[in-house]
Write a protein that binds this ligand. Structure first.
Ligand SMILES: Nc1ncnc2c1ncn2[C@@H]1O[C@H](COP(=O)(O)OP(=O)(O)OP(=O)(O)O)[C@@H](O)[C@H]1O
Ligand SMILES: [Mg+2]
Length: 253
């Protein structure tokens, strides 16, 4: 059985950074192999993991579009579903302990029902091969209604140190509950926090009713890594965000 952890929250709060820190932790703890899913059309998880190598790699979205545009024109003698599955499997970027799937652009207009049915089955099947599946979502709520997403065991909502971040976190939980999504637990991480967190903000966190996993401090090394194109996963063990994340991860696993 795999454990599916989805990262969600408002734009720019640190979802991708948190996903990469989580994957870094799992890798270092030997909890592998990991399937990393970049579900943000404005993809940047590959860079955060140092797996961006070949920019021309196909994504799930481009495969789906290609199949749609060619009306499923399959090689003679090959079943349509098997061909689509083969194409989808080519979108997986493999490495020693982390495999990466970039979802890419969402579907265009038209009926993608057949393709999405195959895709859903493919993702479920693929996910079962990994003890851990980490999904880095796009900002906002849209992804919750996207039916290609797998069942989620653990939802990790990332907020920054702001009222808006917490309000957005609450909306994610409320909508997911309203939609009766089968999510086993909702958790909160506050990222990019100052040295001390005000009692008023602490109170606001409690008022969300979401289980607080912990705080990730602002770390000057992160923007430096970003500018130097270094992956988040290469941050040293002594980095303040890495040590803060260790405490968080202990509550998750
Ligand atoms: N703890 C931190 N300290 C310093 N900088 C940070 C920290 N966390 C994230 N950042 C920086 O903040 C920016 C936003 O982070 P990130 O890309 O992880 O957010 P996101 O929620 O995935 O954004 P988006 O909604 O665009 O997908 C990035 O430039 C990242 O390097
Ligand atoms: Mg992101």
């Amino acid at each position: 059985m795999s454990r599916v952890i989805a990262i969600a929250g408002k734009g720019g709060t640190g979802k991708t950074t948190t996903s990469a820190l989580l994957i870094r932790f799992l890798k270092k703890s030997g909890k592998t192999p990991i399937l990393a899913v970049d579900a943000d059309p404005d993809s940047n998880l590959p860079e955060a993991l140092g797996m961006s190598g070949d920019k021309t790699l196909s994504t799930v979205g481009s495969t789906r579009q290609e199949f749609f545009d060619t009306k499923g024109d399959v090689p003679a003698g090959m079943p349509k579903e098997a061909f689509l599955e083969l194409k989808l499997s080519q979108a997986l970027v493999e490495s020693k302990s982390i495999d990466l799937l970039v979802m890419g652009r969402p579907e265009g207009s038209g009926c993608y029902c057949y393709i999405n049915n195959v895709l859903r089955k493919h993702l479920d099947h693929l996910g079962n091969n990994y003890p851990f599946v980490i999904i880095d979502n796009e900002a906002g709520l849209e992804h919750l209604s996207r039916r290609t997403e797998q069942n989620i065991d653990t939802m990790v909502i990332v907020s920054d140190y702001s009222h808006n971040g917490l309000r957005a976190a609450t909306r994610v939980k409320d909508l997911a509950e309203e939609m009766k999504l089968d999510i086993k637990s909702y958790n909160l991480i506050i990222n990019n926090t100052p040295v001390s967190v005000s009692p008023q903000f602490q109170k606001e966190i409690e008022d969300t009713g979401i289980n607080l996993l912990g705080f990730i401090p602002h770390d000057e090394q992160i923007p430096i890594f970003d500018i130097e194109n270094k992956p988040v996963t290469d941050l040293p063990d002594t980095s303040p965000v890495v040590t803060a994340f260790k405490t968080i991860a202990e509550k998750l696993f």
